[in-house]
Design a protein around this ligand. Structure first.
Ligand code: FAD
Ligand code: NAD
Length: 475
């Protein structure tokens, strides 16, 4: 029997589940197929983000940060604690219960919005037909959709010579689920995952070595932010080796030896566990059969236009499986926009205003373009920055680290980018996203009243600094 729906969504990550809910809200009969099985062996909605990505990583970042503060920062407040220890199983159970609460919440939202939730592997064939395949490879159901949204997400990339064994060589999921603090943890790749999960285990006592193939640290971030980040992370004990191209892994007497080439010389480091965090690849294998006609590029990304249309009419693709940053909020915005388009409405996703946050301590956040990118593209710009150390709130919080930097067009003053490192910048950045979305100038932010004392005063002062009139620093 073939079931028909207005819309069939493949994948229930933050792209797929948001698209499905929005489609249903717009009155479209919607099915959402997902194949994720959680660590208990149960189907779980929410995709990478809720199960093995954003949420569990932030739970561990928070637990480890609280512990680290208690030990290292509270004494400055006069708070002294004896016999402090970290109970890793309790930390992990807390993480799991947060994940379970949120993933079961998606199931409830599906029910409430009348989204038909189907567990299985969805494969798009010809004429908008989707086969739902079970674990043994059998077709369980066949569905036909007027529109199809492909949202299969991504999976960790691996190094062919260092395959995951999920015991000693781990992917990000393995690094989230460690039951003990490894004495020595090697991380291949000093990108977002390497820094976030490296911070977690470093705060809990691991000696963490990050091996990064590139010579530059965090080249996607503003160069001054990256420099400050490296300084802070090194101070915290992260051993960051740049220009270290990992070649192989061998067993040593006391653990594992990771071999790498640095400045044309062979080097190695001995560790107990290795996390490979060298990026993610689109999870498109088997999702689109050849007769569906949907095009992918050489790396497996589904090819889409700016509005997430594939080359096949009524087939859309969103999220990590298509071009653009692999971020949950980008996937969700694309999901909502596609639902609106299917329902005949107008939608808008501003790819220039996608915020990035790295949840280390200090946090790093940015939106828009960097000073160097803009200069290389020949833009005439002005910049202004302001340190958190000059704000009363950051000092009162004992967190006088980092700064806000604003980049504006020299002629029109329109904001082109805002870059931050410091306390709670994951929250502060959103004011700047809104400002950029509304095409604000730095003067608009400079003339906006910010509460005193607050961390957001650093945003206000950075805006004033673009015009060399910051008050609480010498311009
Ligand atoms: P996914 O979340 O990957 O979901 C895709 C779903 O589709 C999965 O459930 C998958 O099992 C399912 N699926 C795949 N193929 C099929 C098929 N054929 N049939 C049925 N189901 C299928 N991003 C942020 O913005 N902020 C963060 O703080 C952040 N932290 C992260 C931390 C870690 C450790 C990791 C790994 C990622 C993190 N990300 C973060 C990235 C974020 O998780 C992804 O960008 C986001 O989940 C992508 O959403 P998606 O819906 O495109 O895909
Ligand atoms: P990444 O692209 O951020 O970093 C990977 C790093 O590995 C790069 O610096 C790269 O140069 C390096 N690398 C690649 N091959 C290497 C090799 N052979 N040896 C040594 N280094 C090598 O990727 P990631 O950290 O795996 O994260 C994947 C994606 O997940 C991110 O790009 C991001 O989109 C998403 N994510 C986001 C967040 C967040 O928003 N806070 C958190 C985690 C993950």
């Amino acid at each position: 029997m073939t079931d028909s729906f207005d819309v069939i969504v493949i994948g229930a990550g933050p792209g797929g589940y948001v698209a499905a809910i929005r489609c249903a809200q717009l009155g479209l009969s919607t099915a959402c197929i997902d194949n994720l099985i959680n660590h208990k062996g149960d189907p779980a909605l929410g995709g990478t983000c809720l199960n093995v990505g954003c949420i569990p990583s932030k739970a561990l970042l928070d637990s480890s940060e609280q512990y680290h503060r208690l030990v290292h920062r509270f004494p400055a407040h006069g708070i002294k604690a004896k016999g402090v220890s970290m109970d890793v199983p309790t930390m992990q159970n807390r993480k799991e219960s947060i994940v379970e609460g949120l993933t079961s919440g998606i199931a409830q939202l599906f029910k409430a919005n009348k989204v038909t939730s189907i567990h299985g592997f969805g494969r798009l064939t010809m004429d908008n037909t989707v086969n739902v395949i079970d674990e043994s490879g059998q077709i369980m159901r066949t569905l036909v959709g007027r529109d199809i949204i492909l949202a299969p997400g991504s999976t960790p990339a691996h190094l062919p010579k260092i395959p995951f064994d999920h015991e000693f060589v781990l992917d990000s999921t393995g690094a989230l689920n460690l039951e003990n603090v490894p004495k020595r943890l090697g991380i291949i790749g000093a990108g977002v995952i390497g820094l976030e999960l490296g911070s977690v285990w470093n705060r809990l006592g691991s000696e963490v070595t990050l091996l990064e193939a590139l010579d530059d640290f965090l080249p996607v971030a503003d160069h001054q932010v990256a420099r400050e980040a490296r300084r802070q992370f090194t101070k915290q004990g992260l051993d960051i080796r740049l220009g270290a191209a990992v070649s192989k892994l061998s067993k040593s007497k006391n653990g594992l030896r990771v071999h790498f080439l640095q400045k044309d010389a062979d080097d190695s480091v001995e560790v107990d566990r290795v996390v490979v965090a060298i990026g993610r690849r689109p999870a498109t294998d088997g999702v689109i059969s050849a007769d569906s006609g949907v095009g992918t590029d050489s790396r497996g990304f589904i090819v889409v236009d700016d509005e997430c249309r594939t080359n096949v009419p009524n087939v859309w693709a969103i999220g990590d499986a298509v071009r653009g940053p692999m971020l949950a909020h980008k996937s969700s915005e694309e999901g909502m926009a596609v639902a609106e388009r299917i329902a005949g409405g107008k939608a808008h996703v501003d790819f220039n205003c996608v915020p990035w946050v790295i949840y280390t301590s200090p946090e790093i956040a940015w939106v828009g373009r960097t000073e160097n990118e803009l200069k290389a593209a020949g833009h005439d710009i002005r910049t202004g920055s302001f340190p958190f150390a000059a704000t009363g709130r950051a000092r009162a919080m004992e967190e006088p680290v980092g700064f806000v930097k604003m980049v504006a067009d020299a002629k029109t003053d329109r904001l082109l980018g805002v870059h931050m490192i410091g306390p709670h910048v994951s929250e502060l950045i959103n004011e700047c996203v809104l400002a950029m979305e509304y095409q604000a100038s730095s003067e608009d932010l400079a003339r906006t009243i910010h509460a005193h004392p607050s961390l957001s005063e650093a945003v206000h002062e950075a805006a004033l600094a673009v015009d060399r009139r910051a008050i609480h620093k010498v311009n």
